[in-house]
Design a protein around this ligand. Structure first.
Ligand code: ADP
Ligand code: MG
Ligand code: ZN
Length: 627
């Protein structure tokens, strides 16, 4: 088990510390030994010469070192180093010392003091050994910390956040919006805080809660907040972590995890991305993974085995509820479902506010406007918007984040960074300009399309150019008329290229895919085709739980009819786009010309161009009137 975050960087840090310590030790050692050799060292043969000349009065032998005291008024002391293991007297004799002179000299032998003798003799062997031991100790701490695979085989790999961990604690205050979900979950918080109350009245508390929502809507965050609010331990593991190379590991991880949680109860077990293990079983989709099935079975077994008094609640998150195995959703398992929607305008503003804590803002910042301009953004998108805004300001060496930074950040999050280096040839630039002008013009003229808010032919991410449209308000429902106009808008780039250049490029291929997919959905999911009537031929995601895979549930005849209906609708939309662009060709040319000139047109400028060409821009009141 591992607490907190992975510790890769610490391993590096530890290795470098160990190396530095090693060098420090070596340096210290060599300094110490060097001190043993004084500057005035003489060689053995010099010593022999000096003895024979009668200049030496005493020799003092201390291990390898020999101190030579000279005669004279101020006795001079010099040092000699003798060979190891050979007596100094033998060495001197070999070098031809006068034995009479030598016997006249006082020779004293000192045994080196115990400690320094042992230290200097053994240090060369012991220091590396100590170093290696320290190093191994460091590594083994590391191994325990990171829960290295080979050692913690089968053990749960869950991360735990202890209830008293202030640094990682998240509460409902850190989650903006998602009011219904919070309400639903506060019941769980209540139970975990005060289980008695519920047991006494004989209430059965749900064992499993399933959080469903698009990626980035705050599922993981909310699960942590529940644990934080209730002040209980939080064990989290991701579905994909169960599925590893060895069969049986997943199941044993589940067992360990539940054991651990029951031991620490009250606790929350959070299984993130449960669709990785909880897919419908026995379909053969995804290779009929035995390992996955075993893991899933083990989860079910553990959940069924809960005592009614167990203070452990299992939470799971998924963004694909449609592929989950029905067994997971049965009563007594994940029978409570909490849905997290994409935030609406007010929620977006709140999330922005939450993430703007600690960010210094210039006076012109208006988060309401940013929230208005970001329909469809998830909490995670808004978080990265704030971050990108701050990065933009920092890169331009400003100390405050301005509204303009945030607006640029919206586009960056939505479309990827601008690619100014991507040079268009003159011809390509012209084609792109007409293409985008086509989209923008049709969107402005057709009554049920979203109004345009910015057009640009600077390529961005994968898009060559782009036209940003913004609904005037948040919508949950889309009508048939809106779909039809949207399809026309998507096709308008294609139509404009065709009209102006009598040729088409690969540019509109993505537009065509979008238009075709929209049309097909209209016909097969939403019952919006007059000919086929209100029959859903395809399940839309989330409707049919546990349907193995998209089997076609209609005959060849219907299939052919769907195709003909799709092409009928596309043809109609194409005609509508062509009519608009033919009628307003002047406006098209004006917009494209302007784009070639300035590359990016903002809403105000764009509306002026429209008015100059006799088109009335859409305003909020008008749209409401029309719908
Ligand atoms: P999910 O698990 O649904 O994919 P996360 O919980 O991981 O999403 O959210 C990612 C990040 O987005 C969070 O850490 C948080 O910073 C931000 N976020 C998402 N939703 C919200 C929200 N409702 N309020 C505040 N922040 C949010
Ligand atoms: Mg998540
Ligand atoms: Zn296009």
């Amino acid at each position: 088990m591992e607490t907190g975050k992975p510790k890769k960087p610490r391993l590096l840090f530890n290795i470098s510390t160990a190396i530095i310590i090693f060098f420090a030790l070596t340096l210290g050692y060599s300094l110490l030994t060097e001190n043993q050799a004084p500057a005035n060292q003489i060689s053995l043969s010099e010593l022999v010469t000096d003895i024979n000349a009668g200049k030496v009065s005493a020799l003092s032998i201390n291990g390898d070192a020999v101190e030579v005291t000279y005669t004279g008024e101020t006795p001079e002391v010099k040092a000699v180093r003798k060979e190891d293991s050979v007596s100094i007297l033998d060495s001197l004799k070999n070098l031809g010392v006068d034995s009479k002179k030598l016997s006249a000299i006082g020779v004293t032998v000192k045994t080196p003091s115990g400690f320094s003798f042992w230290f200097f003799n053994l240090a060369p062997f012991i220091l590396p050994l100590v170093f290696i031991l320290v190093f191994i100790w460091f590594l083994s701490r590391q191994v325990r910390g990171a829960g290295m695979q080979a050692f913690s085989f089968g053990q749960s790999k869950a991360r735990m956040i202890a209830p008293d961990d202030k640094r990682q604690r998240v509460t409902f205050k850190d989650v903006a919006g998602v009011k219904e979900a919070k309400e639903e979950l506060s019941e769980v918080v209540d139970f975990l805080k005060n289980p008695r109350k519920f047991f006494e009245i004989g209430a059965r508390i749900p064992k499993g809660m399933l959080l469903m929502g698009a990626p980035g809507t705050g599922k993981t965050l909310l699960a942590r907040a529940v644990a934080g609010e209730a002040g209980v331990a939080f064990f989290s593991i991701s579905g994909s972590e169960f599925v590893e190379m060895f069969v049986g590991v997943g199941a044993s991880r589940v067992r360990d995890l539940f054991k651990l949680a029951k031991h620490t109860a009250p606790a929350i077990i959070f299984i993130d991305e449960i669709d990785a293990v909880g897919r419908v079983r026995g379909t053969g989709v995804g290779g009929g993974n035995d390992e996955r099935e075993q893991t899933l079975n083990q989860i079910l077994v553990e959940m069924d085995g809960f005592e009614p008094t167990e203070k452990v609640i299992v939470m799971a998150a998924t963004n694909r509820p449609d592929v989950l195995d029905p067994a997971l959703l049965r009563p007594g398992r994940f029978d409570r479902r909490v849905i997290l929607d994409l935030p609406d305008r007010n929620d977006r503003e709140e999330i922005l506010k939450l993430h703007s804590r600690k960010k210094p803002f210039a006076e012109d910042v208006n988060l309401r406007v940013i929230a208005e301009r970001t329909p469809g953004f998830s909490g995670a998108d808004l978080y990265s918007l704030m971050n990108e805004g701050a990065i933009l300001a920092a890169r331009e060496n400003r100390t405050k984040v301005s509204q303009y930074d945030l607006i640029r950040a919206i586009e960056k999050v939505m479309l990827g960074p601008e690619r100014k280096s991507h040079l268009l040839s003159v011809k390509e630039k012209e084609i792109t300009a007409y293409h985008e002008a086509g989209h923008a013009l049709v969107a402005s003229v057709l009554p049920f399309a979203d109004p345009v808010h910015k057009i640009s032919i600077i390529s961005r991410g994968r898009a060559g150019g782009y036209t940003l449209k913004l609904p005037l308000e948040d919508r949950r429902l889309q009508s048939r008329r809106e779909f039809l106009d949207d399809i026309s808008v998507s096709l308008a780039g294609f139509v404009a290229e065709q009209m102006m250049f009598n040729d088409v490029t690969t540019g509109p291929s993505n537009d065509l895919q979008v238009a075709s997919a929209l049309t097909r959905d209209m016909v097969t999911k939403y019952g919006m085709s007059e000919k086929l009537g209100p029959i859903a031929y395809e399940a839309s995601a989330g409707v049919l739980y546990g349907k193995p895979f998209a089997e076609r549930e209609y005959s060849e005849r219907i299939s052919a009819e769907i195709d003909s209906e799709v092409s009928h609708i596309v043809e109609g939309a194409l005609k509508k786009a062509t009519d608009v662009l033919t009628k307003h060709k002047k406006a098209l040319q004006a917009i494209a010309g302007r784009l070639i000139e300035v590359e990016t047109i903002e809403r105000d400028d764009f509306e002026k161009l429209l008015i100059a060409n006799g088109i009335v821009p859409k305003r909020k009141a008008e749209i409401e009137h029309k719908v």
